[in-house]
Design a protein around this ligand. Sequence first.
Ligand SMILES: [Zn+2]
Length: 109
Amino acid sequence: MDARLTPVGIAQDGPDQLRIDWNDGHRSTYPVRALRLACRCANCVEEATGRRLIREEDIAPDVRPVRIAPVGRYGIRISWTDGHDTGIHTFEYLRSLDTLWRGVDRQDP
Ligand SMILES: [Zn+2]
């Protein structure tokens, strides 16, 4: 049996949120602009050093996904309103972002 985490549903949840329901029953909600900023493709992150090549101020406040396509069985490719479509968000990465961003929320008093 394949125990890997995979989405059972991916949907836009309002104009600026993406919702993923996982096969373990967990639900993740992502701010779409944060997902755009978290892109790890070669245009956004320097491969050798891991240095981020995009700056927050370079990304439009209202950037949105226009198309979300599956990539194999391990991720999704998001096409954005700013024309960017080379990034692949793997399921593993998406789930780790969910954990990471929730952790940030919890630090609020
Ligand atoms: Zn990218």
